[in-house]
Every structure is written in structure tokens, then in C-alpha cells.
Ligand binder design. Structure first.
Ligand code: ACO
Length: 330
């Protein structure tokens, strides 16, 4: 599924971004005290050194609200100015209602619409595509797109194959409708979304509301996921470039889903892109699922790497399998 901006009336400009992380840092050494692993193994196989873990009582919505407020401040707008919240999460506070409505109330947005989308690690790009399409249609003018997760709540802390990989956090971007000018326009240039449910068991929880009345805990076929991730991330990246008539040389920054440093490095090699153009946060965030791309975007904007007019590619891949990309002129 693709959406490419070709002389529509509206396009979505990124007006601001922000993030929120729990206070508590969990290092590899902390994990090595719980399961049979080591800092050396985790660092070599994943690049992860530490991750943030939500405190007891600190929920996905708390992180989402923190990221939303930071993004609103960066965009210099109020919550009341927002027409739409699309929140990507696979770890909602409650089964119902959507976590997005908690954010809506907390930021003082009393009109418009707020809802969640669930595409696991691809959730942020899916949410971005939904909001972008609604802006292009003229349905909304200002959207808040959030990726927020407390993955620590679905991790099996006895399973060394998976518990070393994940972390908690949230990131958000504000999108604002702008008239499409046709002359190197800034904003979301394209989105591409894919899924293939034949792989639904490769990363999954062993529970769910309908089947077991519990959230369950996560299991993954790490090596298989790794191989698919490399192929799908490269395909989604190439698809975005081809659709926009661009090559990898035009890209200023790749901000991929942060699952494993080796996956990201292999992606860089496949795209013939130097690692200096790739934003890496997996070392200090771990894999935060839907939050990973907006957390990385916020970090690279805050430290001055991503600047106005930079071309930013965000390939993603996750449970389902789901995968895709957004190409953004910042
Ligand atoms: N510490 C020490 N040893 C471990 C650990 C650990 N934490 N975890 C696994 N091992 C062992 C295994 O038991 C295995 O031992 P064996 O050879 O005696 O059987 C050995 O290490 C090698 O295991 P592999 O799975 O082959 O290791 P690999 O190099 O593939 O790395 C990893 C595993 C890190 C999980 C990698 O495959 C990966 O990152 N996969 C994708 C990540 C993923 O699934 N993310 C889920 C979200 S989807 C996404 O974000 C794209």
C-alpha cells in the first residue's frame, strides 16, 4: 500500500517533535543478574548497552503524554489546536478505551478524534500514514502522531532470548497541513505499508484478551526475524526512493526502527549508505517497538543532526510481519 504526494492540495509538514523516557536505566549487567547472559553477549549480538524501564504505576499513557506535551511545545501550539491523535502501541494502558483518549484529555484537546493503531514495531509508520492521509484529504489540519510502549510489561523476564532486547519510552510528532507547492515541498513525501500474516507466530505473545484473558508474554524466533528484517527494511527503503525518483545519495538521514545494531548496519550496507547518515539509538533505548523511530527522530532533531529541508527515511519492520517506510523532507 503506498501514498505518494503528487500535486494534492494538502501535505503534512512536521511542525515539532518530542519524547519521554522512564527514569530507570536497566544495564546489561542488571539483566545478567536475572538470566544467564552477559554484557559482552548482548553488546556483540545487539549493540544494546542499556534500556529504560517504566516504574510500577507508570503507564504507556504517562510516557505518551510526556512525549505529546514536548512535541506541542516544540511546535509552539496548544493541545486545543490539535484535531487528531493517532497513537501507535501494542502495550495500551487498558483493553479499552484507546490510550489516545487519555492523551487527548491530558493535553486539553476537547474536540476532534483520538484513537490507537496496532502494528507493533511498525506502529509509528502506520500511524504516520493514517494521519498523513487524513491531512491530505482535508479532514484534519493538525495531528499528533505518537509511538508509546511499555514493552517491559510483555517481556518474559525469564527468557534470555528476548528480555535483553526491549525497553520502554515514547516519541511524538506534530503534523500540520500545508498547501502543496510542487517546488521541493517540505513534509511527508510518501508512505509505504506492508504486512504478511503468514509470519504472525515469529514474534507474538502467548496471550490476548479474546484467547486467554491475559496480555501474555512475548516470544520470538530471533534469527528468522533478523533475516526477514534485513530484507524487508531494505525493500521498504528502496521502494520509497524509487517512488520519489530519488537515490540513496539524496538521503540525509536514515532513521530506522531500532531492533538490533547489526540489523541497522546490514541495512546501511545494502543501501550503500555510510553509518554517519544513520541515526542509532538502540544502544541506549533498546527496542522500544512503536516508540523507537519517534524517539530517534526527537534525539537527532534535538542535537542538531536533522535540520530543515533534510531528507529523512524511516524504514520499519515488526511483528506480523509488518513493515514499511515514510520519506519526509524535514
Ligand atoms: N545471552 C547469552 N546467550 C544467548 C542469549 C543471551 N541473552 N540469547 C540467546 N543466546 C544463545 C542462544 O541460546 C544460542 O545458543 P545455542 O547456539 O547454544 O543454541 C546462541 O546464543 C545464538 O543464538 P541466536 O539466536 O542464533 O543468536 P543471534 O546471533 O541470531 O542473535 C538475536 C539473537 C539478538 C535475538 C537476533 O537474532 C535478533 O536481534 N533478532 C531480531 C530481533 C527481534 O526478534 N526483535 C523483535 C522485534 S521485531 C523487530 O524489531 C524487527
Amino acid at each position: 500500500m503506498s501514498q505518494i504526494n503528487r500535486a494534492g492540495i494538502w501535505m503534512s509538514r512536521v511542525a515539532g517533535c518530542g519524547s519521554a523516557l522512564p527514569e530507570r536505566r536497566m544495564t546489561n549487567l542488571d539483566i545478567a543478574r536475572m538470566v544467564d547472559t552477559s554484557d559482552e553477549w548482548i553488546t556483540q549480538r545487539t549493540g544494546i548497552k542499556e534500556r529504560r524501564i517504566a516504574a510500577r504505576g507508570e503507564n504507556t499513557s504517562d510516557l505518551a503524554i510526556g512525549a505529546a506535551k514536548a512535541a506541542l511545545q516544540h511546535a509552539e501550539i496548544r493541545g486545543a489546536d490539535v484535531d487528531l491523535i493517532v497513537l501507535a502501541t501494542c502495550t495500551p494502558d487498558r483493553t479499552m478505551p484507546a490510550t489516545a483518549v487519555r492523551v487527548q484529555a491530558a493535553i486539553g484537546m476537547h474536540g476532534g478524534a483520538a484513537f490507537d493503531v496496532q502494528a507493533v514495531c511498525s506502529g509509528f509508520v502506520y500511524a504516520l500514514a493514517v494521519a498523513d492521509n487524513m491531512i491530505r484529504l482535508g479532514q484534519v489540519r493538525t495531528a499528533l502522531v505518537i509511538g508509546a510502549e511499555t514493552m517491559s510489561r510483555v517481556v518474559d523476564w525469564y527468557d534470555r532470548n528476548s528480555c535483553v532486547l526491549f525497553g520502554d519510552g515514547a516519541g511524538a510528532v506534530v503534523l500540520r497541513a500545508e498547501r502543496y507547492t510542487g517546488d521541493a515541498p517540505r513534509g511527508i513525501l510518501s508512505t509505504h505499508l506492508h504486512s504478511d500474516g503468514r509470519h504472525e507466530d515469529k514474534i507474538q505473545t502467548d496471550g490476548g484478551v479474546s484467547s486467554t484473558q491475559t496480555a501474555g508474554s512475548m516470544h520470538l524466533a530471533g534469527r528468522e526475524v533478523f533475516l526477514h528484517a534485513v530484507v524487508n527494511l531494505a525493500q521498504a527503503s528502496q521502494e520509497a526512493l524509487t517512488a520519489n525518483g530519488l537515490t540513496q545519495d539524496d538521503i540525509d538521514w536514515v532513521v530506522p526502527h531500532q531492533a538490533n545494531q547489526r540489523i541497522v548496519q546490514t541495512l546501511g550496507e545494502k543501501l550503500h549508505l555510510p553509518m554517519e547518515k544513520v541515526v542509532l539509538t538502540v544502544d541506549h533505548h533498546g527496542n522500544t517497538s512503536a516508540a523507537s523511530i519517534p524517539l530517534a527522530l526527537s534525539e537527532a532533531v534535538a542535537d542538531g543532526r536533522i535540520k530543515e529541508n533534510d531528507l529523512v527515511l524511516t524504514p520499519t519492520m515488526g511483528s506480523g510481519f509488518t513493515w514499511g517506510s515514510a520519506l519526509i523532507r524535514w
